[in-house]
Write a protein that binds this ligand. Sequence first.
Ligand code: VGL
Ligand code: ZN
Length: 209
Amino acid sequence: MKCLLLIDIQNGFCSDGNLAVPNGEDIVPIANRLIAEGKYDLVVASKDWHPADHGSFASQHPGRKPFEMGTLSGKPQMLWPDHCVQGTPDAEFHPGLNVAGIDHVQRKGENRDVDSYSAFRDNDQSALTGLSDYLKRAGIGTLDICGLATDYCVKASALDAKAMLPAVSVRFVADASRGIDAGGVEAAMKEMAAAGVRIITSKDVFAGE
Ligand code: VGL
Ligand code: ZN
């Protein structure tokens, strides 16, 4: 069983989004090709899905600006612009994404007191989203992960997949992903590789690897 996990391919992380990832929308046609031609048994997509008063938003910390470090529930927290607020266009999937090809949507980031980069669990590693049980029940053997942003939610999801699904082969599809910061992307790739995540491209998938 092969599963494709698309991370946060939402308007908020594309150009004109509230937390735009440079050229984020460039991955949409690649994601669509993966959905259509990647021979996946299961396609799952996550959505960053924040309440309007989420504690990761700089707007909730008087005097603080986006992209400054702050604290949330006593832990260091990057303060973000308001993004992916539940029910707003910013939180919708990119309009070019083939949503009909998605079997299951996993929301995350709904608790205002903790951020949730990973599609599997909150950043404090306590509350689970339910995705690991869902994938275990589905009996998957290979999990290919891509999306936005490589240096935050994609990395966190890939590392959690390795930690929480030890029997599953986890791969990061590099050309189907974009990051917020170039240095952060390089560091994220090293961290994923060190944890046993295989770095591949969509070409490898189409070649049947
Ligand atoms: C993300 C920062 C804040 C992401 C989500 O999807 O990578 N990054 N919320
Ligand atoms: Zn977020």
